[in-house]
Design a protein around this ligand. Structure first.
Ligand code: PLP
Length: 356
């Protein structure tokens, strides 16, 4: 069975197998990793190895802190302004979809937010051209969403700005290489390409630490986490352990360069199948089509239900589109192999033959 869920998403099979084998007795300790103190050398070692492997995978420099937190990307929507938006300052945001909107709404609770550009007028099927962005003269940061999970819209460029770039990479992180040095803050919920839900990753340039509002809760202040090696309170130890296994698996696959080659091949195949048929359609402008989340509609929405029932019976799970856009969505994160995409395309073609 193949899992196309947008998140929590498929995990690599070898990772799940290793976790199963180590579940009751981790490395001969006689305990499950879940039962160990986060102060124990075992868990501290797991956390340190996970961080080191991630630094290696993404090329994260020593001038960045890597934080393993909780609360999901949604909590970071608030943590970002609490850490970076100064009294009387302004933050620029770009609105390219539902997740941008949520980040903007949360930012507005804490200070001045300038929506510098929006693609709402195209129903979030485009990214506003950089020349049209109305940036503030001296924003504390510029926030955008490199991949909109619901709309399936992805940036394949990095805006040049004065202000530090703060990005919600939840659904694109680890799918291809990025130049970490381009960003002030990268954050992501783990439940797509990192590991199980419950873990949140924040990568923050160290000069941006220590600027939090006085009323910022300790748990949301990135400096608290950085000063305590992400162990200010009890971290999600099991999720961290699994994320570490995923990072090792990615290294074994050849790292992010290799993942990009595979991910591009998967996405190109699926877009080609959609574009090659009058029965299926994807509304996103060509240059901004997501490699990870591919929404598509059927020419006759009355067939949606049959498509979902039959695809599930064929072992193709979780293809229902987000309730805000309807239709279908195939999320093809790192753990979704090319064989899964091939199986989906074969099903789509067969369904079209029978119903088109
Ligand atoms: N941002 C993006 C781009 C997402 O795809 C999601 C979840 O799907 C979120 C934020 C919310 O993440 P969380 O559920 O970890 O708060």
């Amino acid at each position: 069975r193949y899992n196309f869920c947008a998140g929590p998403a498929a995990l690599p099979e070898p990772v799940l197998e290793q976790a199963r084998d180590e579940m009751l007795d981790w490395h001969g300790a006689g305990l499950s990793i879940m039962e160990m103190s986060h102060r124990s050398p075992e868990i501290v070692g797991v956390a340190q190895r996970a961080e080191a492997t991630l630094r290696d995978l993404m090329g994260i420099g020593d001038d960045y802190a890597v934080l393993f937190l909780q609360g999901g990307a949604s909590t970071q929507f608030a943590a970002v302004p609490l850490n970076l938006l100064s009294e009387g300052g302004v933050a620029d945001y770009v609105n390219t979809g539902q997740w941008s909107k949520k980040a903007i709404a949360e930012g507005k609770r804490f200070g001045n937010v300038n929506v510098a550009a929006s693609s709402e007028d195209t129903r979030f099927t485009t990214i506003p051209a950089r020349e049209t962005w109305q940036l503030s003269a001296s924003a504390d940061y510029l926030h955008y969403t490199p991949n909109e999970t619901i709309g399936g819209v992805e940036y394949f460029w990095v805006p040049e700005t004065q202000a530090p770039l703060v990005v919600d990479m939840s659904s694109t992180i680890l799918s291809r290489p990025v130049n970490v040095a381009d960003y002030g803050v990268i954050y992501a919920g783990a439940q797509k390409n990192i590991g199980p839900a419950g873990l949140t990753l924040v990568i923050v340039r160290k000069d941006l630490l220590g600027k939090a509002d006085a009323r910022c809760p300790a748990m949301l202040d990135w400096k608290t986490a950085a000063d305590n090696d992400s162990m200010y309170n009890t971290p999600p130890t099991y999720a961290l352990y699994l994320a570490g296994l995923v990072f090792e698996w990615l290294k074994g696959q050849g790292g992010l360069d290799a993942m990009e080659v595979i991910n591009r091949r998967k996405a190109e195949k699926l877009y080609a199948a959609i574009d090659g048929s009058a029965f299926y359609a994807n509304p996103v402008e060509l240059q901004s089509r997501s490699l990870m989340n591919i929404p598509f509609t059927l020419a006759d929405a009355n067939l949606d239900k049959a498509f979902l029932v039959e695809s599930e019976a064929a072992g193709l799970l979780n293809l229902k589109g987000h309730r805000s856009v309807g239709g279908m969505r195939a999320s093809i994160y790192n753990a979704v192999g090319e064989d899964a995409v091939d199986a989906l395309i074969a099903f789509m073609q067969d369904f079209e033959r029978r119903n088109g």
